[in-house]
Ligand binder design. Structure first.
Ligand SMILES: [Ca+2]
Ligand SMILES: [Ca+2]
Length: 192
């Protein structure tokens, strides 16, 4: 595993079945993101000719791949517009939280241990306060946070199970499709 994570960003309503990807270099903290649209598709007989990125912070870039460093933490709407050789344009959008966290660190103390599983269980089932970075509790990286996440963390800690998905063990920003609706408001300790 290279540490690189790819996620599909959704197409705009009414566009074709085009796929675009974002990727993160992994290991780099926080604000530097590599965007990659090379997986975009176009109907047979046409080629993709233009790629335009809007990073949501007032800056843009061209080309099938782009790198961008966000200067401030926050939530950004990334938009990609692709045009093919017959002039058909499609777009894709994705919100990303440029708030670095370490996945698994529910209680934000820079360590991943049993107290994080307890933290998630207490939030889910005992009415404790929601963690400042909910995606950090989505240990298994699936569509949401439920009991399978603390179970997965305990399995990793004590039974040699699967490690939390990126960003782990290094800090990073959440690029999973599930990270967007969960929303990471505050960086976990050690990732600020
Ligand atoms: Ca912790
Ligand atoms: Ca989950």
């Amino acid at each position: 595993m290279s540490g690189q994570e790819n996620v599909v960003i959704g197409t705009c309503p009414g566009s074709g079945a085009n796929l675009h990807h974002l990727s993160d270099p992994g290991g780099k903290r926080g604000s530097h993101v590599i965007f990659d649209a090379n997986a975009s598709t176009t109907p047979a007989g046409t080629t993709l000719t233009d790629f335009t990125w809007d990073f949501g912070d007032g800056t843009t870039a061209d080309g099938p791949a782009a790198e961008h460093t966000f200067s401030e933490p926050g939530r950004y709407a990334i938009a990609l517009t692709v045009m093919n050789s017959v002039g058909l344009k499609v777009c894709a959008r994705r919100l990303i939280d440029v708030t670095p966290f370490r996945r698994g660190d529910c209680n934000s103390d820079a360590a991943i241990d049993i107290s994080d599983a307890v933290c998630t269980l207490e939030w889910l089932f005992l009415g404790k306060e929601e963690p400042g970075c909910v995606p950090a509790t989505n240990v298994n990286g699936d569509a949401g946070v439920d009991i399978s996440d603390p179970v997965s963390l305990l399995g990793f800690l004590f039974q040699g199970g699967t490690a939390p998905v990126f960003p782990y063990p290094d800090c990073g920003i959440g690029l999973l499709e599930a990270d967007e609706p969960l929303g990471c408001k505050t960086a976990t300790k050690g990732c600020e």
